[in-house]
Design a protein around this ligand. Structure first.
Ligand code: XIL
Length: 378
């Protein structure tokens, strides 16, 4: 029986996390026992395991994390082949006022990437969130197009030739807003209409024709009506953009996953990835992490359940040849947005990422390394 099949059987046992902790434990233990024979897994880093299969592993981080914590910085360089600024390339960080661009912190990250031979990736040229305080009172129907084009041209132009890829547009699909095209009602849509995505991608392509241009979004992971509606709407948007020649070249799947969520359907996800690939698009997993707020407080068990979610998800997505990169939204539990966003009721520190707060490799790290090791080479 294949490792993955045995694992999924084990996962079945995970179903009633709350009710069947011991059941869950046994399921994952079987998996661990098998893995432990592979002690060599720790002889290489995540970037090396990924590279061995033609894949890229990277993580999001912030400038202060690298400049203030040398141990973190060295762990980052050891494990990652790609760096994504977590906040420094968003409008709120780059645009202190309508006529000013401040690249100070993003340039430091670009320099760190260059110094340590890391790929650099941009997030994000256009989003409805993290907009500067002046935006609401300044941007309107008359000037929105000019302000958007100036921003994309200036920012993508500033890093032209240095970027592996850009999230040109982030989170533009939101079926809950009730539109027939399932687009989210954002300031960009209100001021420019549904063509704003095409305008943005063409401007990014003109400013940096070398970067892989990505449409990035969340909520496409689970076997739920909400995620199914999102997958259908995102696919429809990508088909429309491709059919009108918009230079969108890849889909970014954020993959903010949930520990304890059992509505995961591998064949459904495989089919979606295949549909995206059939449009000639590449796929990047762009913001992978596992929220553990619903998992038991026992750290040993919680870490193994979180690792199971990584293994389960990656064992599906890495089978799709169009998937070229896996990026976690952070590297160490010391620095994760989930500490605020998805804090645990028991007040315990969250543990969603590959390294613990002291930069030690966790079960999650082993699960990601093993998934790369088992992946089909590109
Ligand atoms: C988050 C950052 O991690 C936080 O530091 C910030 O306060 C808010 O944004 N989807 C995205 C990311 O595309 O940019 C978000 O990052 C997380 C959700």
């Amino acid at each position: 029986m294949t490792g993955r099949r045995r694992f999924l059987l084990g996962l079945g046992a995970l179903a009633g996390v709350g009710a069947g902790a011991s059941q869950a434990q046994s399921g994952y233990d079987r998996q661990i026992l098998a893995a432990d024979t592979d002690a060599a897994i720790e002889n290489a880093s995540l970037r090396e395991w990924a590279a061995a299969k033609g894949l890229v592993y990277g993580a999001a981080t912030q400038e202060y994390m690298l400049s203030s914590n040398p141990q973190f910085a060295s762990s980052f360089v050891r494990e990652c082949a790609m760096l994504v600024p977590e906040d420094e390339l968003k409008w709120k960080s780059l645009r202190p006022s309508p006529n000013r661009f401040d690249f100070t912190r993003s340039d430091r990250l670009a320099q760190f990437a260059k110094t340590h031979n890391l790929l650099f990736r941009g997030h994000t040229l256009l989003w409805h969130a993290r907009l500067p305080s002046w935006f609401k009172s300044t941007v309107n129907h008359r000037n929105a197009r000019q302000i958007m084009l100036e921003h994309i041209t200036k920012v993508a132009g500033h890093y032209a030739g240095q970027m592996h890829s850009w999230d040109v547009v982030n989170e533009a699909v939101f079926p809950e807003d009730g539109r027939s095209d399932s687009l989210r009602i954002t300031p960009w849509l209100r001021f420019l209409g549904s063509d704003y995505l095409d305008i943005a991608f063409r401007a990014a392509f003109a400013a940096d024709p070398q970067a892989l241009l990505v449409y990035n979004d969340y909520g496409m992971e689970y076997d739920t009506p909400k995620d199914e509606a999102k997958r259908t709407a995102v696919l429809k948007l990508l088909e429309r953009l491709r059919s009108q020649g918009t230079p969108v070249q890849a889909l970014g799947i954020q993959a903010h996953l949930w520990g304890g969520e059992t509505r995961f359907n591998p064949s459904q996800l495989r089919a979606f990835l295949k549909d995206v690939a059939s449009l000639g698009l590449k796929i990047l997993i762009t913001e992978l992490d596992v929220t553990d707020k619903h998992l038991p407080s026992d750290i040993h068990l919680r870490d193994r359940l979180v690792a199971g979610v990584y293994q389960d998800y990656l064992s599906v997505v890495l089978d799709e040849p169009a998937v070229i990169a896996v990026i976690t939204w952070g590297l160490s539990d010391r620095y994760t947005w989930l500490s605020q966003k998805q804090a645990r009721r028991d007040g315990g520190a969250v543990r969603p990422l590959p390294l613990d707060a002291n930069m030690r490799r966790k079960e999650a790290w082993k699960a990601i390394a093993r998934a790369f090791k088992q992946a089909t080479p590109l």
